[in-house]
Design a protein around this ligand. Structure first.
Ligand SMILES: N[C@@H](CCC(=O)N[C@@H](CS)C(=O)NCC(=O)O)C(=O)O
Length: 218
């Protein structure tokens, strides 16, 4: 059995998981999910039904994007890239994970409110943007001294964060493009312009049981 990835094209968690699979050239069967109409095969797994989720060839399930990312590090032949994406020193690993934690538990919270300000009428869109900018200012500071978050080379921190910053930028492109976050814009635009990103964002039609297998990356 091929590893199976349940994915949703626009989901930032799924984007970071697909990005890792693609950059490490780890092949899976991709099953595009429509969140409002999840397939029985996913629902029948029981427990959480969020995407992305990966079932490996032994039937082991990875229900979190980060678990899929670490699975992809273990299942690639490109050890050189693994060593640069995930540093071996413990303190660097902790620093890297703290960026992801900061993104997932702080930035994401304010990003959701900024994106859907009409659903959170207690405060204005600008207010939510200001709160999210606390994170952007720190990111800008990092990217002023290095090309990427951890150093001058790409790491899992960059891959895990950029899909969320992309969503932030998309709320008000004109504001973002005129903002003081010059380095964040440079960093984000390099991701978005890359060939890899176009592979990651390729459109797959909704997966139906019995449909011909689609391989990712293809
Ligand atoms: N912590 C999870 C979050 C995944 C997540 O929230 N995915 C969203 C789509 S962006 C989802 O599946 N929402 C629908 C649901 O939870 O049923 C991860 O890292 O994979």
């Amino acid at each position: 059995m091929n590893p199976i990835l349940y994915s949703f094209r626009r989901c930032p968690y799924a984007i970071r998981a697909r990005y890792c699979l693609a950059i490490l050239d780890v092949r899976v069967e991709i099953r595009e999910v429509v969140l409002k109409n999840k397939p029985d095969a996913l629902l029948l797994l029981g427990g959480r039904t969020s995407v992305p989720q990966l079932i490996d060839s032994r039937g082991q399930r990875f229900a979190e994007s980060l678990d899929i990312i670490f699975w992809s590090l273990e299942n690639t032949n490109n050890q050189t890239l693994v060593n640069s994406l995930w540093p071996c020193e413990r303190t660097r690993q902790q620093k890297l994970l703290s960026w992801i934690h900061y993104n997932d538990h702080f930035f994401k919270y304010w990003l959701d409110r900024y994106k859907y300000a009409d659903r959170y009428p207690e405060f204005s869109e600008e207010y939510y943007r200001c709160r999210a900018e606390v994170f952007l200012r720190r990111l800008e500071g990092r990217l002023k001294s290095h090309a990427f978050i951890m150093s001058d080379s790409l790491s899992l921190a960059d891959i895990c964060l950029f899909p969320f910053v992309r969503q932030f930028a998309a709320v008000d492109h004109a504001w973002f493009n005129g903002s003081r976050y010059v380095e964040v814009r440079r960093w984000l635009s390099e991701f978005l312009a890359s060939e890899l990103f176009s592979i990651v964002m390729r459109k797959y039609e909704k997966w139906e049981n019995g449909q011909q297998m689609r391989t990712f990356p293809d």
